[in-house]
Design a protein around this ligand. Structure first.
Ligand code: FAD
Ligand code: FO1
Length: 452
């Protein structure tokens, strides 16, 4: 029931008799989690206890308090759900590369299973730990429906080259999940003292937690159900209109793994919405999202201008000396000090609500390209602002989204123009053709951030 292709061994070691550890990182949930299911099965076969650990790094790509708060509230729920299955949960504070091997020794563990992330920070942790451990370190892709290394063995050119590969494999991988049964492990353990964890955080409090979006697995499920019941049936028509609120709002939950994309895809494909609406949603949730993991997994320069396609770098560099009608520094962008109300409203949505509507995100990034000194500076500004304020930031989707908007990744050359070269152009009047921009600006100009 667990496809063996979802898991790979990161170091050459044999299973040892001893407790099995699931080192949870990207997929912070108990249900519909292939990595936990794999570890659970190993524990059953070897008749060993199973424990779950999360290593809370002192800092993670500059994540401020907003993100840690959302994540820790979700992890609190994980601890409770695991307790119902008699599976201990440990939260270790400190560098994973020291804390994990130390915990393995203390526990005399026999196997470590972890989940998959294409980000370099996560790959580096595993490379170091895999070398040091004398026991096996397995990695299960619990985030993608088709495991990243199965979907493709190279960086894909565009969605159109990736889509057939993914779609042909969906019938084998878009499946139900086996049930997770309680473990009869005799291991006693002390519950996490969450107050100490919060004390020990040194995350920047300048970016406060957002209201209006409850963290955790239960809230994620409610968000999915409300989307399936009320909004999926208008998704294909309204998804690009930020004033309709027609999208799922699932990205923070998907980013922290508080809900399984595969579970969302199963539920959506069975909904009674039209074929057009289901197709449009699954295109984003499966093809676009898994294409982002493909980009980050096979291009080590995913978070840099240097990672962009050659044609895009060439055309942007050809126009590097073009006169910029407006010029802003990243601070001016951060403080919404541009001449354009629509752009300032999008930045305000991002800063205040921790999210920015998908269509606006493209326009938001492209204007940073147009109004920055250089394309390289624009790329770095967009990543910094996105990761600082967006709850779904520090995600392959973000690096890929910025690379698409500013650097033509997975896109094609368009007709040439100043500053952009042949990168696809967007502007406010283009937005006005799509939706009521006055209404959008009004929502954020008066800083009344949630429509009554
Ligand atoms: P829905 O439209 O309901 O889609 C459902 C899910 O499909 C999303 O949650 C997401 O997981 C996936 N998805 C949707 N659109 C895309 C896309 N274009 N690329 C990849 N996956 C997609 N997404 C992030 O998760 N984190 C980011 O930091 C991020 N930064 C972005 C920056 C820019 C400049 C751009 C253009 C896009 C960015 N995206 C990012 C992708 C996309 O805009 C968001 O995933 C989407 O708007 C999230 O809202 P939703 O969950 O309501 O999406
Ligand atoms: N993963 C961890 O294993 N430990 C952390 O301390 C941690 C902090 C963190 C903070 C913000 C954020 O957006 C993600 C964070 N993650 C952490 C990782 C995250 O869950 C994913 O594994 C990566 O973002 C890869 O997609």
């Amino acid at each position: 029931m667990i496809d063996p292709r979802r898991t790979r061994l990161l170091n050459v070691r044999n299973d040892v008799l001893g407790p099995v550890i699931y080192w949870m990182s990207r997929d912070q949930r108990v249900h519909h989690n292939w990595a936990l299911l794999f570890a659970h099965r190993k524990a059953k076969i070897l008749q060993q206890p199973l424990v779950v650990i999360f290593t809370l790094a002192p800092s993670f790509l500059g994540a401020p308090l907003r993100h840690y708060d959302f994540m820790l509230q979700g992890l609190k729920e994980v601890e409770v759900s695991l307790r119902e299955l008699n599976i201990p949960f440990f939260l270790l504070q400190g560098e994973p590369v020291t804390e994990l091997p130390r915990f393995v020794k203390k526990l005399k563990a026999g196997i470590v299973v972890t989940d998959f992330s294409p980000l370099i920070i996560s790959r580096t942790w595993k490379k170091t730990i895999g070398k040091e451990l004398l026991i096996p370190l397995y990695e299960t892709d619990a985030h993608n429906i088709v495991p990243c290394w199965i979907a493709s063995n190279k960086q894909e050119f565009a969605a159109r080259t990736f889509r057939p590969k993914i779609t042909s494999l969906l019938k084998e991988f878009l499946t139900e999940f086996p049930e997770l049964t309680p473990i009869d492990s005799a291991m006693e353990y002390i519950p996490v003292t969450w107050s100490d964890i919060y004390q020990g955080l040194n995350a920047d409090p300048m970016v406060q937690p957002v209201h209006g979006l409850k963290p955790g697995g239960k809230a994620a499920k409610t968000c999915l159900e409300s989307f399936l019941n009320d909004r999926l049936s208008s998704y294909s028509v309204n998804r690009n209109d930020p004033t309709t609120g027609a999208t799922s709002n699932l990205s923070p939950y998907l980013h922290f793994g508080q809900i399984s994309a595969q579970y969302c895809a199963m539920r959506a494909s069975r909904s009674d919405a039209s074929e057009a609406d289901r197709k449009a949603f699954l295109e984003e949730l499966i093809v676009r999202r898994e294409l982002s993991d493909n980009y980050c997994n096979y291009n080590d320069l995913y978070n840099s201008f240097d990672g962009l396609p050659a044609w895009a770098k060439e055309t942007l560099e050809k126009h590097i000396a073009d006169k910029r009608e407006y010029l802003y520094t990243s601070e001016e962008f951060a403080h919404r000090a541009t001449h354009e109300k629509l752009w300032n409203a999008a930045q305000l949505e991002l800063v205040k609500t921790g999210r920015i509507h998908g269509y606006m995100r493209m326009y938001w990034a492209k204007k940073i390209l147009e109004w920055s000194e250089t394309p390289r500076q624009a790329f770095d500004t967009a990543i910094t602002l996105n990761d600082r304020y967006a709850l779904d930031g520090r995600d392959p989707n973000g690096y890929t989204g910025v690379a698409w908007s500013i650097g033509g990744l997975h896109d094609r050359p368009w007709f040439e123009r100043a500053v952009y070269g042949r990168i696809r152009y967007m502007n406010a009047s283009g937005c006005a053709r799509k939706f009521d921009i006055k209404r959008y600006i009004a929502r954020f100009e008066g800083e009344e951030l949630f429509p009554s």
